[in-house]
Ligand binder design. Structure first.
Ligand code: ZN
Length: 253
């Protein structure tokens, strides 16, 4: 199932996409998932970010080749950091380059959307806590990430977390462990890898994170970026693609 969040006259609404049409999910994405009346055609509707997280938990250096391109070691345990909910933007919304930075980069990532409140789950119960997957762009002010001793500023600007275009449900744990993740800027390929190359796989990450903090429905886990990160300039169009999900495109301003 493809779950979308769309703008309506009555505010944001959750829906399921069926044959190009969006049908309302009256219980939202965490309920029965029984679709009701039509909201409109997918092509006519404005998509919103398909999650309203209380937190975005990110994993640094989860692909060895990306750690290597920054001269960093692969961590022996997942390296966690947070992005604020205020950084989330919709598909098609502008990534705004902040004046404080002179080097903002894209990071394409497989994003997991949590479906159930959970804490201290074991790895073999971890995947059932996930509602589905989407595309994420962990936009990063690389110069500030380097100059600060931690990453709050470098990762936390408004517009630095494009998500979407929708949540896709139904992927099994094994299937999600071998999806292609890629990034293009103005149609030119910058990053491409398989989730097989992750140092710590999704279920391990969920279990690990849930030992630290309670995960809430709608929380997002960004699973790390492959090698090939690079700068964004005003006027660029950056697209993150996750196999089996689709494309998340955002203009840069
Ligand atoms: Zn990242």
């Amino acid at each position: 199932m493809h779950i979308v969040r769309v703008a309506t006259e009555d505010g944001p609404a959750w829906g399921a996409v069926e044959d190009g049409e969006v049908r309302r999910l009256p219980d939202g994405p965490f309920g029965s998932l029984e679709a009701a009346e039509a909201v409109g055609l997918l092509d006519d509707l404005t998509l919103l970010a398909p999650a309203a997280p209380t937190k975005i938990v990110c994993v640094g250096r989860n692909y060895a080749a990306h750690a290597a391109e920054h001269g960093a070691d692969v961590p022996t345990q997942p390296l966690l950091f947070l992005k604020p909910p205020s950084s989330v933007i919709a598909p098609g919304a502008e990534i705004v380059l902040p004046e404080l930075s002179s080097r903002v980069e894209h990071e394409c990532e497989l994003a997991l959307v949590v479906g159930r409140r959970c804490r201290s789950v074991t790895e073999n119960r971890a995947w059932e806590q996930v509602l589905g997957i989407t595309c994420g762009n962990d936009v990063t002010a690389r110069d500030l990430q380097r100059s600060d001793s931690q990453w709050t500023r470098g990762k936390g600007f408004d517009t630095f977390c494009p998500l979407g275009p929708w949540i896709v449900t139904g992927h099994g744990e094994e299937e999600v462990g071998r999806l292609e993740v890629s990034c293009t800027v103005n149609g030119v390929l910058r990053q491409k890898a398989s989730t097989e190359q992750m140092v710590f796989p999704p279920a391990f990450l969920i279990a690990y994170i849930s030992q630290v903090m309670t995960l809430e429905p709608g929380d997002v886990i960004m699973t790390g970026t492959p090698s090939g990160v690079g700068p964004l300039q005003p006027g660029d169009q950056v697209t993150v693609e996750v196999e089996g999900v689709g494309k998340l495109t955002n203009p840069v301003t």
